[in-house]
Design a protein around this ligand. Structure first.
Ligand SMILES: Cc1cc2nc3c(=O)[nH]c(=O)nc-3n(C[C@H](O)[C@H](O)[C@H](O)COP(=O)(O)OP(=O)(O)OC[C@H]3O[C@@H](n4cnc5c(N)ncnc54)[C@H](O)[C@@H]3O)c2cc1C
Length: 454
């Protein structure tokens, strides 16, 4: 008997109340257009929606917050996981169990009383499941590794509609694939992962005039070359809009935003970043002892839903010629933000239980992102041209979670995974989703279908 979803009252068709809320999230540039949007109330709803789509050969997409590209749902079924938002923390075992629709905000809140913290990314508004399954690059990553490395268990609804508790013991290959392979293997309804100490953090943002970019970047290169794993640095060059939501000193200004995360004594952090501080008098300085709950203020990512156009790539090493390309791209008139994150440290070391995070050995992540403004219409073209100029150094490689084409076009998974990792992922895909039901932004095809998604 074929599966029906009539019994799920939170299933919405176009034009019905609930449809818009179920499909629209943070990024308003690519809102999916499903025939049915299922706001799953629990794991059983997720499984029913998957079976419903699979039995009818309908496209299927997944959406938690809409921070990433939500692909695959047009003309088919969209599963909205937000109601699966439970969070429990075990302070003694230093672990957390969270629903597949949770964001980092409640996880940080649940961790704070015990002085623990997850390997959350720059924005606490992002969904835990997709972020973690896509690798998960945290400002604490240089000290502790990728968020995917911390996972103990993933509860996954696979393409056959079955629910699997996936661990290193239950299914080693699927466990490896789901930690780095993103949403290609199924829909996560629950994750269990390790937490790390969060009671000795120091960090925040240091804003300097954008005109100091050449000296600041040169200093950034020297400081990161000898930085201990406890220090994570990134720098973004951005022209802030002249809006009330922006702190007054930054409104309408082109600035360099240095982001500092350190675990250890404040005096040691200050010693390490002193050369960067010396470049220019700060316009704004929020570097301080950092409570767990304020982790999101290090980067201060935008929270308001709006159209976004972005692109990312990695650099294998510091190279002055590549930095010249960055310098050529930034300036007060550039419509996109350009961010350089230092990687390395524990990010470059193997996970205790091998996973499928691509490009662990990259030295820097280069990310561009544009939000609506006077030159937004040009943003995709300019970002694409910039990332092309970086090709001699980047080789077009990128991290799963930072892979999106500014023009919204399809992504070749060979850009995201080394050949051996991609071959491993394709084998697992062939075993659990041979028809390619799950097709996230970086879609992996089973070997028989290889070439379809690239
Ligand atoms: C402002 C901002 C800051 C960011 N900072 C970081 C960062 O510091 N480090 C980092 O690594 N990444 C970062 N990212 C990238 C982010 O991790 C990815 O975009 C991620 O996919 C967002 O997941 P989501 O669930 O919030 O978004 P959604 O758009 O809801 O989901 C994106 C895709 O993820 C998959 N997915 C979502 N939920 C599930 C689920 N329960 N099970 C299976 N698949 C699912 C689906 O394929 C879905 O289409 C950032 C993104 C933004 C916009």
């Amino acid at each position: 008997m074929s599966t029906t979803i009539d019994s799920i009252p939170t299933t919405f068709e176009p034009g019905t109340p609930g449809y818009e809320a179920a499909r629209a999230g943070f990024d308003l540039s690519a809102i999916p257009a499903p025939e049915l949007a299922v706001s799953a109330r629990d794991e059983a709803d997720v499984a029913a929606a998957v079976r419903f789509a699979a039995e009818r050969g309908m496209p299927l997409g997944v959406r938690t917050t809409g921070h990433g590209p939500v692909r695959g749902a047009d003309g088919g079924v969209l599963v909205d996981t937000r109601a699966l938002s439970w969070v429990t923390v075990d302070p003694t075992g230093r672990t957390a169990v969270v629903g597949g629709g949770a964001t980092w905000t409640p996880v940080l809140a649940a961790c704070a009383p015990s002085g623990l913290i997850p390997l959350c990314g720059s924005s606490p508004d992002v969904g835990v499941a997709s972020y973690t399954m896509g690798g998960g690059l945290s400002p604490l990553g240089r000290l502790h590794g990728w968020a995917a490395d911390m996972v103990r268990r993933v509860r996954l609804v696979t393409a056959d509609g079955e629910v699997r508790d996936v661990t290193a013991d239950s299914d080693p290959e699927l466990f490896a694939a789901v930690r780095g392979g993103g949403g290609n293997l199924g829909i996560a309804t629950e994750l269990e992962f390790d937490l790390v100490p969060g009671d000795a953090m120091y960090g925040g943002g240091l804003f300097q005039p954008g005109e100091c970019a050449p000296e600041l970047l040169a200093t950034f290169g020297r400081v990161t070359a000898s930085a201990p794993d406890a220090l994570s640095l990134s720098v973004a060059f951005v022209t802030f809009p002249d809006l009330d939501v922006v702190p007054a000193p930054l409104r309408g200004r082109y600035v360099a935003h240095l982001r500092v995360t350190f675990v250890g004594a404040p005096a040691e952090a200050e010693r390490l970043i002193a050369p960067l501080r010396a470049v220019a008098t700060p316009i704004l300085d929020s570097v301080r002892p950092l409570p767990v709950l304020e982790f999101g203020t290090i980067h201060g990512d935008p929270a308001r839903p709006q159209p976004v156009s972005s692109g990312g790539t990695v650099l294998p090493a510091w190279d002055d010629a590549a930095i010249e390309v960055l310098l050529g791209d930034i300036g007060p008139a550039t419509p996109h933000m350009l961010e350089l994150r230092h990687l390395g440290g524990a990010l470059a070391r193997p996970a205790a239980v091998q996973d499928c995070v691509g490009h662990r050995d990259a030295a820097f992540n280069v990310f561009t992102s544009a939000y609506p403004g006077p030159a937004f219409a040009d943003a995709a073209r300019l970002q694409t041209a910039f990332h092309q100029r970086l090709l001699p150094w980047s080789g077009g490689r990128s991290l799963f979670n930072f892979t999106s084409r500014p023009d919204g076009g399809p992504i070749d998974p060979r850009a995201v995974f080394e050949p051996a990792t991609l071959a491993r992922l394709q084998q697992v895909k062939a075993a659990v989703d041979p028809q390619g039901l799950f097709r996230p932004g970086v879609a992996i095809a089973a070997p028989a279908l290889a070439g379809v998604s690239a």
